[in-house]
Structure formats: structure tokens, C-alpha cells
Design a protein around this ligand. Structure first.
Ligand code: ZN
Length: 227
């Protein structure tokens, strides 16, 4: 798990989603403990030994570094979603620009938006590192897979680190599509019938993706990532 957290940290850094010392990742170790990135460390320079362990109240149980100041964001997601085993918070530039412009990614412009994340809502403004952040997420976590944070960045989550990572990558991709479609001036949103057809196709796809053989493929894919 330490190796995977370091690997995904570097991958997110290289994509430009975690510049400076920004961004943080966490993964569930068991029912009571999380492995989390520390505060103040570049995600490119992060080492496995830098990671810290906290309980679900955010109390630090192990590690020589101090846990990220944004840990309450992660805790809020784990508390509200039993199915979530990994959380990623990042500042991808285009998605963050939408969050700074007060805009959710809520227009169904491309088929991929419906097939993957659906609506990515915008959580109301909260000062980073305070309990306001968790409170701003509470109404949105249950019904969404990724959330924009007003004037701040984005958070994604899933049943593996890879799952959370792919969602964060998709958030930035959708922000890019939204931006360019609107720059072109003739953005065409999908109609209700088209969205319904895609949701049906998605339901079939999700069913296939949860079959045991695809979980094995997912694990070998995770192992194959070398950075
Ligand atoms: Zn942040």
C-alpha cells in the first residue's frame, strides 16, 4: 500500500495535478486505520517511509512526519461512504479554474461524461484545513464520485487508488472539454433521450466491470504501474 501511494503520488505530480507540495492521498488499511500522505512534501519526492497512519478521527497513530492538514476532507468521505477505500485530493489546473469561476462540471457535453462520472458538482466555499471543508462535502459525497471545491481544487474517491486516480484524471479531462467546447462557441449538450440511452449502456458496463475476472485485471494493472 505504501508503494502504491508513492507511485500514484508521482503519477499525479507528473500530470501537473499536485504542484509544489499541494495535493494529498489516502487509502484504507482496515476498518479503523488509514495510510495518508504527510504535510509539506512534494508528491514527486515522497518516500514510502514519509507516509503516516491515522485513525478515522484523524488521530495520528504512526509516522515521523505530520499528517496532511487536509485530512478532515478524507475523513468526511470515508465516514459517508463505506464502499470507498481510497481518496485523492488534487489541484488539476483546468478543473481548479472551473472551481475558481464558480462552475460545476454539470453539462453533459460528451458521452464520456455520462459514461464515467456523471455530474461533478461544486462544493461551497470552505477555508482549507478547517472543518468547513468536510461540512461542505457532506451533502454531495453520497451521490457523486468526484467533487470540485470552490476556489480550491477537486476530490475523487473509489474502491482502489487506481479507481480514485482514474476519476481525478477524468475530472481534468472533462474540464478541458468543457472549456474548449465553450471557447468554440457552439457547445451542444446531449438531450435527455441521449443521456438515458448512455445511462443504460453504463449500467451494462458497470455490471461487467464488477465481475471477479475484471477485478483481477485491475490488480495486475495496478502492479504494472512503474514510475
Ligand atoms: Zn488543497
Amino acid at each position: 500500500m505504501r508503494r502504491d501511494l508513492v507511485r500514484f503520488s508521482k503519477w499525479l505530480y507528473r500530470l501537473g495535478f499536485m504542484p509544489g507540495t499541494s495535493g494529498n492521498l489516502s487509502a484504507r488499511l482496515d476498518q479503523h486505520r488509514l495510510l495518508v500522505t504527510p504535510t509539506g512534501v512534494s508528491k514527486y519526492l515522497l518516500k514510502a517511509a514519509d507516509l503516516v497512519i491515522v485513525d478515522l478521527e484523524g488521530r495520528q497513530l504512526a509516522g515521523t512526519r505530520k499528517v496532511t492538514s487536509e485530512v478532515s476532507m478524507h475523513l468526511a468521505v470515508y465516514r459517508l461512504r463505506d464502499d470507498v477505500d481510497a481518496v485523492i485530493h488534487a489541484h488539476p489546473p483546468l478543473a481548479t479554474a472551473f472551481a475558481c469561476a464558480g462552475r460545476a462540471l454539470d453539462e453533459m457535453l460528451c458521452q464520456e461524461a455520462v459514461m464515467t462520472l456523471g455530474v461533478v458538482p461544486l462544493a461551497k466555499y470552505a477555508t482549507t484545513g478547517t472543518d468547513e471543508v468536510a461540512a461542505s462535502l457532506v451533502p454531495l459525497v453520497a451521490g457523486h464520485e468526484a467533487i470540485l471545491l470552490a476556489n480550491h481544487g477537486a476530490v475523487s474517491y473509489g474502491n482502489t487508488l487506481l479507481d480514485a486516480f482514474l476519476k481525478m484524471e477524468t475530472v481534468e479531462h472533462l474540464a478541458h472539454i468543457h472549456l474548449v467546447a465553450h471557447q468554440l462557441g457552439t457547445a451542444q449538450t446531449l438531450n435527455a433521450d441521449q443521456v438515458e440511452q448512455l445511462q443504460k449502456a453504463k449500467a451494462r458496463y458497470v455490471h461487467n466491470a464488477t465481475r471477479p475476472e475484471s477485478r483481477i485485471a485491475l490488480e495486475s494493472y495496478t502492479r504494472a504501474i512503474r514510475l
